[in-house]
Every structure is written in structure tokens, then in C-alpha cells.
Design a protein around this ligand. Structure first.
Ligand code: HEC
Ligand code: HEC
Ligand code: HEC
Length: 90
């Protein structure tokens, strides 16, 4: 029984680490925004749509970028959140 619990705990730990590695959280006073990077890589299909200058930190990333580019794409594709509370979760 003890061994079973240890195994389960290990599975949860590993799954958590894998998730954390590719979900970015952007802190905002009005509620943090969880960004599923892995899922976006899949649905968007290329890196350049968001990383004009190559992968890594995005120059000038912040509120304006997010509201223009994140929300802009969701509006354009008619997929993904466009309302404040759908991105900003308290
Ligand atoms: C829908 C937009 C979007 C797409 C598509 C996207 N990324 Fe990102 N990525 C971001 C954002 C936003 C950040 C955080 C930027 C910051 O903090 O300056 C980021 C951060 C990163 C980082 C920094 C390390 C990290 O994980 O924090 C790397 C490396 C990266 N992306 C690589 C990629 C690669 C490679 C692809 C294509 C396979 C890709 N990204 C596709 C939006 C995107
Ligand atoms: C598509 C997702 C998305 C939507 C929709 C959205 N936001 Fe944001 N917003 C973000 C992200 C991501 C950031 C954080 C960028 C960063 O890390 O600096 C942000 C940042 C902010 C900030 C700055 C907070 C701080 O602590 O500096 C405010 C204020 C804000 N948003 C208000 C709003 C309001 C009001 C709406 C609705 C009219 C809205 N947002 C809709 C994604 C979104
Ligand atoms: C180039 C297009 C594009 C950009 C840029 C983009 N998204 Fe999305 N996003 C999508 C699409 C398409 C979906 C719908 C995915 C689905 O439901 O299959 C989505 C879904 C989401 C969702 C819903 C939950 C989920 O993960 O499915 C959130 C939250 C989100 N996006 C946040 C963001 C934030 C924050 C940014 C900017 C840092 C961003 N997105 C930038 C295309 C984009």
C-alpha cells in the first residue's frame, strides 16, 4: 500500500512538472492569465506568428502586446477568449 501511494505521488509530480514547463502564467492585477504555450504551438502551427525575432522572450511583451496580438488573433480566428474574464482569472 505504501509503495502504491508513492508511485501515485510520483506520477502526479511528473505530470505536474511536464505541464508547468509549457504553461506560462502572466501576472496581472486584475487576475492572472494562464497561457497554454504547448497548445498554442499546435493550433497556431508556427512560431513566427508570435516570435518575430525567434524563440525566447518577446521584446515589448506586456499588456499592449497581449491585448493586440493575443486578443487580435482570437478575434480574427473566431476562436479563443476575447472577453476580459476569460483570460484574467481571479
Ligand atoms: C500564440 C503565440 C505563441 C506561439 C505560436 C509560440 N509562442 Fe513561444 N512564447 C509566447 C509567449 C507570449 C511567450 C512569453 C514571452 C515573454 O515572456 O517575453 C513565449 C515564450 C517562449 C520561450 C521562452 C521560454 C519559456 O518557455 O518561457 C521560448 C523558448 C519559446 N516561446 C519558443 C517557442 C517556439 C519554439 C515556438 C514554435 C514551435 C513558439 N514559442 C510558439 C507565445 C507564443
Ligand atoms: C486574450 C487574453 C486577454 C484578454 C481577452 C484581455 N487581457 Fe488583459 N492582459 C492579458 C495578458 C496576457 C496580460 C499580461 C501581460 C504581461 O505579462 O504584462 C494582460 C494585462 C492586463 C492589464 C495589466 C495588469 C497589470 O498588473 O499590469 C490590465 C489592467 C488588463 N490586462 C485589463 C484587461 C481588460 C479590462 C480586458 C477586457 C476589456 C482584458 N484585459 C482582456 C490578456 C488578456
Ligand atoms: C496566432 C493566433 C493566436 C495567438 C497570437 C494567441 N492565441 Fe490563444 N488561442 C488561439 C486559438 C486558435 C485558440 C483556440 C484553441 C482551441 O480551442 O482549440 C486559443 C485559445 C486560447 C485560450 C483558451 C484556453 C485554451 O488554452 O484553449 C486562452 C486562455 C488563450 N488562447 C490565451 C492566449 C494568450 C494569453 C495569448 C497571448 C500571449 C494568446 N492566446 C495568443 C489562437 C491564438
Amino acid at each position: 500500500m505504501k509503495r502504491l501511494i508513492a508511485a501515485a505521488a510520483l506520477t502526479i509530480f511528473t505530470a505536474g512538472a511536464a505541464l508547468a514547463a509549457d504553461t506560462l502564467t502572466f501576472e496581472a492585477k486584475n487576475g492572472n492569465v494562464a497561457f497554454d504555450h504547448a497548445k498554442h504551438k499546435q493550433v497556431v502551427g508556427d512560431c513566427k506568428s508570435c516570435h518575430e525575432k525567434g524563440p525566447g522572450k518577446i521584446e515589448g511583451f506586456g499588456k499592449d502586446w497581449a491585448h493586440k496580438s493575443c486578443k487580435g488573433c482570437h478575434e480574427q480566428k473566431k476562436a479563443g477568449p476575447t472577453k476580459c474574464g476569460e483570460c484574467h482569472k481571479k
